[in-house]
Design a protein around this ligand. Structure first.
Ligand SMILES: Cc1cc2nc3c(=O)[nH]c(=O)nc-3n(C[C@H](O)[C@H](O)[C@H](O)COP(=O)(O)O)c2cc1C
Length: 377
């Protein structure tokens, strides 16, 4: 058996992993980070994070147990803790009815697209509207299952910090700005993901290169994990050079064989360039970076104002359900970041991990060889 390469720091010891690489927890109805992908990343020496946002408490528990059946290495769960949700009805049909009444132009926008793409009027079966109470029930499951790492996307994990700490769970908070990172630190998280605007998913406005060192300075000595636009070993080294202790990668793993986003979505990513991944509020009412599709183009041209969460999301989910029913996966919401432009091959997660580690080591060697420094006398 050949020895595994070494790329290791104190933060790896803290998480109990070999490499300073984490698979970002990605929601998308459980398709983006299924247990198989999470376990593969953990088995390969990183930390796999299960994206459970939008999943039921029962489904979350099932997935946590599936990961445990596949690996005994550390892994985590990520949830979007909704910070603010409009005072909306708590069923999908209730929200839909209100959209028809209060926002007829938005309802008409979806109808026009159904006709334009010749899509059937199929509605999502699930009536659940994710609200703060619902998210808290899922968190109970994560605590009961004693998951080693918990990451909170949007919102504040402060309320669960004491219980998490008491059972040895490591807490990670995501942030896209210095201000938010400082808030996360005050909530008592163990590490902070500083996510640049390049990232796929909900994203802020500051790019990784200026954001990461500023967050490192602002929250020191809390460890920072760099995110947004990292796609190969050079990106990992850049993250470490900016003062981060580890890298958090989402988009790079969307092309993994174990990832269960639609085949059409994977193909869109490998065929795209970085400009194809744009920020729009069409999908959830918040700024999300995703593949710029005919739907996001139509939204941009419509000039309609964005509805608050959850109205905008439920409006669009009706359209997406229709696209799915018609097999038009190319119209589906394909969340991915700018780094999608450099992903040209689909392969197993363990090969992606091996390339990230080997690439980072090669890059560190190249720097050692090519960059001459002299110490002050
Ligand atoms: C498909 C997709 C879904 C995502 N879903 C979530 C989520 O549910 N929760 C979350 O905290 N972050 C989510 N994110 C953001 C990631 O956690 C991560 O910060 C981001 O992918 C890093 O940038 P990168 O895509 O350039 O690697 C998602 C990202 C993608 C690409």
């Amino acid at each position: 058996m050949t020895a595994r390469p070494i790329l290791h720091n104190a933060f790896c010891d803290f998480l109990g992993v070999e490499y300073p690489i984490l698979l970002a927890g990605m929601g998308v109805g459980g398709r983006a980070t299924p247990p198989r992908l999470v376990a593969a990343v953990s088995q390969a020496g990183g930390a796999g994070i299960l994206g459970c946002s939008g999943l039921s408490p029962e489904e979350t528990r099932k997935r946590i147990r599936e990961v445990r059946a596949l690996t005994d290495r550390p892994f985590g769960v990520d949830l979007l803790l909704p910070a603010r949700i409009a005072d909306a009805p708590d069923t999908r049909s209730g929200v839909r009815e209100e959209i028809r009444r209060r926002y007829p132009e938005h309802a008409a926008f979806v109808k026009t697209l159904l006709r334009r793409f010749d899509l059937p009027e199929v509605l999502p079966e699930n009536e659940t509207v994710v609200n703060v109470e619902y998210a808290k029930r899922v968190i109970e499951v994560v605590l009961e299952e004693r998951v080693p790492i918990f990451a909170s996307g949007l919102g504040d994990p402060e309320f669960l910090a004491p219980r998490a700490r008491a059972q040895g769970m490591k807490l990670i908070g995501l942030s896209g700005s210095v201000r938010n990172a400082v808030r996360q630190r005050k909530s008592g998280v163990d590490a902070i993901v500083a996510q640049g605007t390049e990232a796929g998913g909900h994203t802020g406005t500051v790019a990784s290169l200026p954001l990461i060192p500023q967050v490192v300075d602002a929250v020191s000595p809390t460890p920072v994990i760099a995110a947004g636009g990292i796609g190969d070993g050079r990106g990992i080294v850049a993250a470490l050079a900016l003062g981060a202790q580890a890298a958090w990668l989402g988009t790079a793993f969307l092309v993994a064989d174990e990832c269960e986003i639609f085949d059409a979505s994977k193909q869109q990513i490998v065929a795209a360039d970085s400009e194809s991944f744009r920020v729009s509020k069409v999908w959830t009412g918040k700024t999300v970076r995703a593949f710029h599709s005919e739907i996001s183009q139509a939204w941009a041209e419509s000039g309609l104002p964005t509805l608050d969460t959850p109205y905008q999301r439920i409006l669009m989910e009706d359209l997406l359900a229709a696209a799915l029913a018609a097999g038009r996966h190319d119209l589906f919401y394909n969340i991915a970041g700018q780094v999608g432009g450099m992903l040209k091959t689909r392969r197993p997660a363990k090969d992606i991990m091996a390339d990230l580690v080997d690439g980072a080591i090669d890059e560190l060697r190249r720097l050692q060889r090519d960059v001459r420094i002299s110490l002050a006398p």
